[in-house]
Design a protein around this ligand. Structure first.
Ligand SMILES: Nc1ncnc2c1ncn2[C@@H]1O[C@H](COP(=O)(O)OP(=O)(O)O)[C@@H](O)[C@H]1O
Ligand SMILES: [Mg+2]
Length: 228
């Protein structure tokens, strides 16, 4: 187990104020906040794509390597078939049985029928499911998702959410950034509310939505715009 992940006094410029957090295995964690709150920067810090300005991140179980994966808002696909996009990623990771893992992952997101189509001609929703399959193929212990449905229509969003729920059920820790309240309610077990680079609260989802502890979160839930 690489989890829990501990952030100790982690900051990034003036965008993420020094914060300490522990992300453990188990129920899903939603990073919720308005546009510009710092969700993407926080996700990138946790995934190791950005180095903190101060503080440190520690994975309890040592170097996470391929046991963590991340999916971004806009998937980036290679000029290859859908299946080959996943094969390429698992081979890069040095996985034995890469082809079997790739095919299984494609199946799990319901894309077997487009396996040999060029990835770049797939619809936005299909590309995002492919990105999920690619991140999923090696069964990471933790999966970071940064607004994975932000550019998708409601029907594609529902399909992506079903895939995320299946990953969650299978035991992978889900950490997802979203500004979408409905999605946070549908997928979140706990909510970390981020406002101007600060964690204002962290609470079980039912509690957060019924009784937010901060005025900023209450305003956000009411649909006001707390970025002033
Ligand atoms: N690598 C970076 N270096 C400096 N500033 C950044 C970087 N990435 C994002 N920002 C800035 O940090 C702020 C928060 O951005 P972001 O984390 O993308 O917010 P959110 O994902 O919550 O909408 C924005 O003002 C953005 O311009
Ligand atoms: Mg973002």
């Amino acid at each position: 187990m690489i989890l829990p992940l501990k952030l100790e006094g982690v900051s990034f410029l003036d965008i993420i104020r020094p914060l300490s957090l522990e992300i453990g295995a188990g129920p899903s964690t939603i990073i919720l906040g308005a546009n510009g709150a710092g969700k993407s920067v926080l996700m990138r810090l946790m995934h190791g794509l950005l180095a903190p300005t101060t503080g440190a991140l520690r994975w309890q179980g040592g170097e996470p390597g391929r046991r963590q994966a991340m999916v971004f808002q806009k998937p980036v696909m290679l000029r290859r078939s859908a299946l080959d996009n996943i094969r390429y990623a698992v081979r890069l990771a040095g996985a034995r049985d890469g082809d079997a893992l790739a095919a299984a992952a494609l199946d799990e997101v319901g894309l077997r029928h487009v396996a040999h189509r060029p990835a770049r001609v797939l619809s936005g929703g299909e590309q995002q499911r492919l990105a999920l399959a690619r991140a999923w193929a090696l069964h990471p212990e933790i999966l970071f998702l940064d607004e994975p449905t932000a550019s998708l229509d409601p029907s594609a969003t529902r399909e992506i959410e079903a895939v995320i729920r299946a990953f969650d059920t299978s035991g992978t820790k889900i950490v997802m950034a979203t500004h979408n309240l409905g999605q946070a309610r549908r997928l979140g077990d706990e909510v970390i509310y981020l406002h101007q680079g600060r964690v204002l609260e962290r609470a079980p989802a039912e509690e957060f939505f019924v009784r937010p502890a901060s005025a900023e979160a209450a305003a956000f839930i009411k649909g006001e715009l707390p970025w002033v």
